[in-house]
Design a protein around this ligand. Structure first.
Ligand SMILES: [Zn+2]
Length: 156
């Protein structure tokens, strides 16, 4: 089993938490085949997708055959906190753990995240690829997320 942590960092203003919203969140991930090192651009799956693993009794969330070397790749979302508190960031925060077999995850094409402010205002479908700014009317404050970066790290 090869586990990969998905971590992120960002700068925030008046943000309490960032959320994927749960098992129906669609993860868009780019991979590299572990056997032939071919890039596999943006596959996607949900944490509640269930696929039977070929030649096994197990299940995973996503399965494909590498188009170059025909090796089987399968991915399972092992752990996800749904909502991550970002108020006191001192180090990079883990948002998910994946079991990836046959491929290494390279990048998370994050989209459709939910942002929650300290007074409970919720902004859905936030695009964090660039500086994200909104206005929290209840608090009469600007809400901001900047420099959102995410990366995978092999877990020992
Ligand atoms: Zn391959």
């Amino acid at each position: 089993m090869v586990y990969y942590k998905l971590l992120f960092s960002c700068e925030t203003k008046n943000v309490e938490a960032i959320s994927t919203g749960g098992t129906n969140y669609e993860w868009h991930i780019s991979l590299v085949c572990s056997s032939c090192h071919t890039d596999i651009n943006e596959i996607y799956f949900r944490g509640d997708d269930q696929v039977d693993v070929a030649n096994s009794r197990g299940q995973c969330n996503f399965q494909m055959k590498c188009k170059s070397c025909a090796k089987m790749i399968n991915i399972t979302l092992e752990k996800f906190p749904d909502t991550v508190n970002v108020q006191e960031i001192s180090k990079d925060i883990q948002i998910a753990l994946f079991d990836c077999r046959g491929a290494d995850p390279k990048s998370w094409n994050f989209q459709g995240l939910t942002v929650i402010t300290p007074n409970g205002t919720v902004f859905n479908d936030a695009d964090l690829t660039d500086t994200w700014v909104e206005y929290d009317e209840k608090a009469a404050e600007e809400v901001l997320i900047d420099k959102f970066k995410a990366y995978f790290q092999k877990s020992k």
